[in-house]
Design a protein around this ligand. Structure first.
Ligand SMILES: O=C(O)c1cc(C(=O)O)c2c(n1)C(=O)C(=O)c1cc(C(=O)O)[nH]c1-2
Length: 236
């Protein structure tokens, strides 16, 4: 059995492999979204359900914040909460996602009252928050590393929405534009912490498993959407 401590390069490669194999861009629902094949109803369902993920991100980041061992790391991490919850004069990601909802035709109150949120989406997102609640901070931080893979995908998504879904009002894309600089910054910090703090091979394997778990959360959200909003061809 090969139990040596992985080098930073090796660990980074193992983490990237998890994304290459299991990130949600490979899910059929997501593939169809990026091929321009989702119906307006399917796209609205994705936006309304992803809102439950978005609104819980700062909650799980507050949980991680409370566990971080140093002032320096908390100073860094708190920015994630500000990015989503906003501050005076800058509304933040949750508001931007509500506007994305409006831009695809979902009234604000329908986003806020969660009427479109599927039970399995709720369970998947709650599992992510609870994972971060229960696990040591290093493992919780590692579960956020799907953000390593998000910038490429979000860059594509902006172009896809503009070109293949021209009925989406352009102001809806502001959320994704903001993530283009927030996500790489967050991913770099998360990866730096993981590489620096993993002390043995056991911990290294645990952070890889945490990323695996997180990919499963994102995958399960899309499984739920596929079941509730099947393709027109599949219904025939
Ligand atoms: O649209 C996407 O594909 C996507 C993916 C992810 C991700 O990989 O978890 C995040 C986001 N967006 C995102 O907007 C976001 O704020 C975010 C925070 C986190 C996290 O786990 O802390 N992931 C993601």
């Amino acid at each position: 059995m090969n139990k040596h401590l992985l080098s930073n390069e090796e660990l980074t490669m193992r983490l990237r492999q998890v994304g290459e194999q299991r990130y949600h861009d490979k899910h059929p629902y997501h593939v169809r979204m990026h091929e321009g094949k989702l119906s307006p109803e399917q796209l609205r369902a994705w936006v309304a359900n992803r809102f439950y993920y978005q609104k819980n991100i700062p909650v799980k980041d507050a949980i991680i914040l409370s566990k971080l061992p140093s002032r320096e790391e908390r100073r860094h991490w708190i920015q994630r909460i500000v990015d989503h919850d906003g501050t005076d004069g800058s509304e933040g990601g949750i508001e931007a996602w509500i506007r994305l909802g409006e831009a695809v035709g979902i009234p604000r109150e329908e986003m806020l009252d969660e009427r479109h949120v599927l039970p399995a989406v709720r369970f998947a997102v709650d599992a992510y928050v609870n994972f971060c609640r229960m696990q040591p901070w290093l493992i919780a931080v590692a579960s956020s590393l799907t953000e390593l893979f998000a910038p490429v995908l979000i860059t594509q998504r902006i172009a896809v929405f503009e070109q293949l879904y021209p009925w989406i009002r352009p102001e809806g894309l502001e959320y994704f534009q903001a993530r283009l600089h927030q996500a790489p910054r967050d991913a770099d910090h998360g990866l730096e912490l993981v590489l620096r703090e993993c002390k043995d091979r056991g911990e290294q394997e645990q952070v890889i498993s945490a990323l695996h778990f997180k990919c499963d959360v994102l995958w399960a959200i899309l499984d739920a959407l596929s079941l509730a909003y099947p393709d027109a061809e599949a219904q025939r």
